[in-house]
Unconditional design. Structure first.
Length: 381
């Protein structure tokens, strides 16, 4: 098992020689026009230090075709072929477009001679049918955070339960926090666990499917044949029988699907896959009132959408912060306007120009430090 980090231009000042990590995954490109200014410097340092490496592409798939973005990634990363695992970062607004992701993966595989990984949240992995991607042996790097409390030096004592996904038999890697702190760097870091050794990492680069550690297969849910499943996050006061009744299924079916040995023991925050039948209905309400114990990802799954979409249409800057009594819009539209940062720009000036807020821009663009934007950066407004 390897411990490592993923970084981008937000960590342009990081000195990898001072940070303990077995591997480094580096942002290379985004959309069809952005190249991270720090990518090559970060990659070459990782290479010189003997770190295992990956490079990733952040999609703007709501605006561009898979062919356009694959070509952009390949053109700007040819020098890394054979030296790093290529990875697709799948978290744009339209996370339901599995066919787009599959096409990108296929095009990059053809150019790189190996199968890329795909990165997504546990919620996205379980909200859509990814069987075409999983069955083609494109490995999964999955994100799931228990909280936003700082974790130091890979201490996973507060990491919470491992992710459970329904299409892959196992996942290659788990991103378990976005607020990790490591000696040698003062800012937050995404920290990850890779379920293999250095030779397994090299097999991904060499187009082999490695044997990963068995303890990664235990939490992964492989559902029996069902028409479909939906995801549900247990709230305070829930019982398995009440959840089963709500979704038109049985306690035994839920227990079997989620490997629950004692149906009388479930806990707040537990992630469940619910088999849907002809009697199960997904709500089509246009608003939802937040209850104690709710999470945005859990609400998104109830309504067949994504937490990113709910955050966007409700102007939520931090998807981890919602409160009981808050009324959320479930359906809505958003603008696809973009702005390219110019020298001297600040996020507050851009927000004022487009009649929005700094927090909204931070949320839409995954900005970790609102005081750090750079010329050429393309922002979604």
């Amino acid at each position: 098992m390897l411990k490592g980090i993923d970084i981008s231009n937000h960590q342009s000042s990081i000195d990898l020689s001072k940070v303990a990590c077995d591997f480094v995954i580096i942002k290379a490109t985004e959309g069809k026009s952005y190249v991270s200014p720090s990518c090559d410097k970060q990659f070459q340092q990782a290479l010189n230090l003997g770190k295992k490496s990956g490079i990733y592409h952040f999609t703007n798939n709501s605006d561009n075709t898979a062919e356009q973005e694959a070509e952009w990634f390949i053109t700007n990363t040819r020098g890394y072929i054979g030296k790093a695992i290529p990875i697709l970062d799948w978290e744009d607004n339209v996370v339901s477009d599995v066919a787009w992701a599959l096409k990108w993966l296929q095009l990059v595989e053809e150019a790189y001679g190996c199968k890329p990984l795909i990165y997504m949240s546990e919620s996205v992995a379980n909200s859509y049918d990814w069987s075409s991607v999983a069955n083609a042996n494109y490995g999964l790097w999955v994100a799931k955070y228990r909280d936003n409390n700082i974790d130091y030096n890979y201490d996973m004592s507060s990491a919470g339960n491992k992710p459970a996904v329904k299409c892959w038999k196992f996942y290659a890697m788990w991103q378990w926090t976005s607020v990790g702190r490591l000696d040698g760097y003062s800012g937050n870091l995404d920290c990850n666990e890779f379920y293999g050794d250095t030779s397994a990492w090299d097999k991904y680069i060499g187009n082999e499917i490695p044997d990963l550690e068995e303890n990664n297969t235990t939490p992964v849910v492989t559902p029996p044949v069902q028409s479909s499943t939906i995801a549900y996050t247990v709230r305070s006061g829930d019982t398995l029988s009440e959840i089963a009744q709500k979704y038109g299924t049985t306690v035994n079916e839920i227990a079997s699907l989620n490997n629950i040995s004692n149906p009388n023991i479930i806990y707040v925050g537990q992630y469940l896959l619910i088999p849907t039948t002809s009697n199960a209905q997904v709500s089509t309400s246009t608003t939802y009132t937040v209850k104690s114990g709710d999470t945005l990802s859990g609400i998104a799954n109830m309504f067949g959408t994504t937490y990113q979409k709910l955050a966007e249409i409700n102007g939520i800057a931090d998807p981890n912060k919602i409160y009981p009594g808050q009324i959320l819009k479930i359906n809505g539209t958003s603008s696809s306007t973009t702005y390219t940062v110019k020298s001297g720009d600040t996020l507050s000036e851009i927000a004022q120009k487009y009649n929005t807020t700094v927090d909204n821009l931070v949320s839409k663009n995954g900005i970790k430090d609102k005081n750090r934007i750079y010329p050429g950066q393309v922002l979604k407004i």
